[in-house]
Design a protein around this ligand. Structure first.
Ligand code: B1M
Length: 217
């Protein structure tokens, strides 16, 4: 039964049927299913299948877009269950998807998890220029700058931000974290980022750990 509902969530997501996805996610929660299982095995699994079909030109941007909307609708239902917001403010984070890149589902998951870990979030959205990240970080007194990229062509914009921080004499002021499907640890080290994490939950854990260590030093 549990497997059926998870499969249905994945299938409706692939068809971009947001209303069905919302209803089934709610039903799965009502039946006591673990929200992480619903996210990973229902929603994310569906989106991976969409990504695979897109790559093989079996479906095109409009289909991917409706699937992405269905994914966001499902995540919205899950959010209160996935995130129990901590009372203690941990620090401030500025986050966005880098310049030229409009993918925001993963970034929004990182926002959710950071908020749950107790961060005050300044979400800059998508297509964010390096200078805009830095100006916002300076304005709000951020501890962490988080960048997401989903396209190999936009990954270099992560390095541009780090170069710009160095030019302004601000590199050591911020913890810089990077992530997104094409990003990895080697790339993060090459560009001089502080941390790469593969998923939203580990991003929030690492951000909290890094801020606490920096404050204690
Ligand atoms: Co796009 N797209 N897309 N797309 N799209 C990919 C990324 C692609 C891999 C598809 C493919 O070919 N298989 C491919 C990139 C190829 C490449 O660069 N090598 C691609 C392409 C080519 C494009 C366009 C160029 C297509 C076109 O127009 N011809 C275009 C680019 C637009 C632009 O950005 N300028 C485009 C457009 C779109 C849509 C608008 C239709 C839509 C985005 C809608 C939206 O985001 N609101 C879309 C989608 C949905 C995808 C796929 C199918 C799914 C992405 C996604 O949301 N995954 C994607 C295929 C794929 O990734 N398999 C694809 C689910 C999400 C939860 O995962 O974002 O990876 P992800 O986040 C993960 C981790 O990476 C991590 O946490 C999350 C999990 O917990 N994470 C972080 C993310 N950010 C982090 C930051 C951190 C730490 C962890 O620290 C700061």
């Amino acid at each position: 039964m549990a497997e059926t509902i998870i499969t249905e969530i994945s299938e409706f997501l692939q068809k971009g049927r947001a209303k069905n996805v919302k209803a089934l996610v709610q039903q799965a929660l009502d039946e006591g299913m673990d929200p992480k299982v619903i996210l990973n095995e229902g929603l994310l699994d569906g989106m991976m299948i969409v990504g695979g079909k897109f790559k093989k030109n079996e479906i095109f941007v409009p289909e991917v877009l409706v699937a992405a909307r269905a994914m966001s609708a499902g995540i919205a239902i899950l959010e209160p269950k996935l995130v129990e917001v901590g009372n203690e403010p941990v620090g401030k984070a500025v986050i966005g998807t880098v310049k030229g890149d409009l993918h925001d589902i993963g970034k929004n998951l990182v926002v959710m998890m950071l908020r749950g870990a107790g961060f005050e979030i300044h979400d800059m959205g998508v297509d964010v220029a390096p200078e805009a990240f830095i100006e916002k970080a300076e304005e709000v007194g951020a501890d962490v700058i988080c960048m997401s990229a989903l396209l190999t062509t936009t990954m270099p914009n992560m390095e541009d931000l780090i170069t710009e921080l160095k030019t302004r004499g601000l590199r050591d002021k911020y913890i810089v974290m990077v992530g997104g499907a094409p990003v990895n640890d080697t790339f993060a080290q090459q560009i001089g980022a502080d941390y790469y994490t593969p998923d939203a939950a580990s991003a929030a854990e690492k951000a909290k750990e890094a801020v606490m260590a920096k404050k204690a030093s």
